[in-house]
Design a protein around this ligand. Structure first.
Ligand code: SF4
Ligand code: SF4
Length: 126
């Protein structure tokens, strides 16, 4: 009885493999082929036209935002720390000036820590 059961299990497994031979694969051959993220995807954050009100900083749950101002209160530099950012989008949603955008760029991994500091000059995109 036992050898017969083994054959049935084997056939069952082969049937599963056979069925999948004719199905469209759900994976892509990344990085040669890439999937376009959907409209609501939140990737690399960029900033342009920041006036330094500080709202983004106060709503960021992971303290990933820092910026500095000169004596005239003009923003001189703005930084997203991707080591901390969780891509929640709060900064973008709460900025009253629409200065922050979350792009569809997602290939952000790096072996160099400094690459994960996104620095923008003068509150504007580099
Ligand atoms: S990015 Fe927007 S919310 Fe953040 S400091 Fe600049 S203007 Fe204010
Ligand atoms: S996306 Fe979220 S975690 Fe990242 S900087 Fe903006 S508020 Fe902070």
């Amino acid at each position: 009885m036992k050898p017969l059961k083994g054959i049935f299990i084997l056939l069952d497994g082969m049937w599963v493999v056979f069925k999948h031979l004719f199905r469209r694969p759900v994976t892509l051959e990344y990085p040669e082929k890439k999937r376009e993220p959907n409209e609501s995807f939140r990737g690399k954050p960029v900033v342009k036209g920041c006036i330094g009100c500080g709202i983004c900083k106060s709503v960021c749950p992971s303290n990933a935002i820092s910026f500095s101002k000169d004596e005239n209160e003009a923003v001189t530099s703005y930084c997203f720390d991707l080591k901390k950012c969780i891509f929640c989008g709060n900064c973008m949603y709460y900025c009253p000036y629409g200065a922050i955008k979350m792009t569809k760029s997602y290939e952000l991994a790096s072996e160099n820590k400094s690459d994960l500091q996104l620095n923008y000059k003068g509150g504007a995109d580099d």
